[in-house]
Design a protein around this ligand. Structure first.
Ligand code: ZN
Length: 347
């Protein structure tokens, strides 16, 4: 079910779409195959790990970038959790009840969307933009250049560089737009599901009040969860308790996925901006720079990423995307919660 509703397409810029939170296994067809055929998965993972060991000594600076990303993870998760929970809590219960009891499905959608527009979206934009910018600039400053032409001067990253700042701002904008779109899509799904769920009006109101802020994938999974509970004859009151419990966990899970993905995206963006600035300053010969995809040897290594190093054995140029089983990607991440990194080498 997750496969059908997962929106993990790669955009033209090479970013993965929004935080399509994985509920259970099998977020992708590839991931699903690997889940069913673990032998293939483990062979590919072994190859990828071998490649990782081979690549690492050349440029260990990605470890520093990962440490920066890790340090920013908990604060960003907290900030994102606050965004979605505050939005959920900001929906006025009395007004919601009036709309639902009057059977105004479209009016309910508009009312909740207005709350998101007024309270949720500005908070999201503010928190995400500042986190991405701070982390990308930190990462740019921490990135070592693979080679400089003037070895005798100390080359520091200029954090006021308008081109770098514009690129970071543009990236943050695409993420805010994507998360906004996903949140709105889910609002519509959640309200439609509540109106057609055959529950009491109280149940419909409670569902909407508890679930807004989740993703469409999570909302669909919750609808299936409720159907299962209803079929098993559990009381309506108990069903609402279980749904409320699960909704709370999934708001946190969504915040966690965004934080995991955006911390890595931000440090990778900062690294790239460092290279681009050095190239503009004549300190780095980009025609000789090759980038290599590094899979991290931890338990979050996924089958999609495991195949990328092998698909780009010669590395790629600075502005050349990596070939992947999901199409071309400019830099990690390749999917939500991806932990991959890049090595650079001068040829
Ligand atoms: Zn990855």
């Amino acid at each position: 079910m997750e496969m059908a509703s997962s929106r993990s397409d790669v955009t033209a810029q090479g970013y993965t779409q929004e935080d399509n939170t994985v509920v259970g296994m099998g977020a992708t067809v590839e991931g699903w195959r690997m889940f069913v055929f673990p032998a293939i998965a483990s062979r590919k993972l072994t190859k990828a790990k071998a490649r990782f060991v081979e690549e690492t000594p050349n440029d260990p600076s990605w470890r520093l970038l990962h440490r920066l990303a890790d340090a920013a993870f908990l604060p960003l998760r907290l900030a994102m959790r606050r965004v979605f929970e505050s939005f959920r809590d900001a929906v006025p219960r009395m007004l919601l009840a009036e709309h639902v009891m009057s059977g105004l499905q479209e009016g309910t959608v508009r009312m909740v969307e207005n709350v998101w527009q007024a309270a949720g979206l500005p908070a999201l934009a503010e928190a995400l933009r500042s986190a991405i910018q701070a982390l990308a600039l930190q990462a740019a400053q921490a990135t070592a250049l693979p080679a400089v032409t003037k070895q005798d001067i100390v080359v520091v990253f200029d954090v006021a560089d308008p081109e770098a700042l514009a690129a970071i701002e543009q990236y943050a904008g695409t993420r805010i737009v994507a998360i906004d779109a996903t949140t709105r899509e889910a609002i519509r799904d959640i309200i439609t599901q509540a109106f057609t769920s055959g529950q009491s009006l109280t149940g419909q109101i409670a569902d909407i009040a508890q679930l807004v802020g989740l993703t469409p994938t999570q909302a669909a999974a919750m609808a299936r969860f409720r159907e299962g509970l209803q079929a098993s004859g559990i009381s309506g009151k108990r069903i609402q308790e279980l749904i409320a419990q699960r909704a709370k966990a999934w708001h946190l899970q969504r915040a966690e996925t965004i934080a995991r993905t955006e911390t890595i995206n931000s440090v990778m963006l900062g690294q790239e901006e460092r290279w681009k600035q050095a190239a503009r300053d004549g300190l780095l010969d980009v025609t000789r720079l090759r980038r290599f995809w590094v899979v991290t040897p931890d338990d979050r290594l996924c089958p999609v990423c495991a195949t990328i190093p092998g698909m780009n054995l010669q590395g790629v140029a600075l502005e050349e995307p990596f070939q992947t089983s999901r199409g071309p990607i400019q830099r990690p991440t390749a999917h939500p919660s991806c932990r991959c990194a890049l090595n650079s080498r001068i040829i």
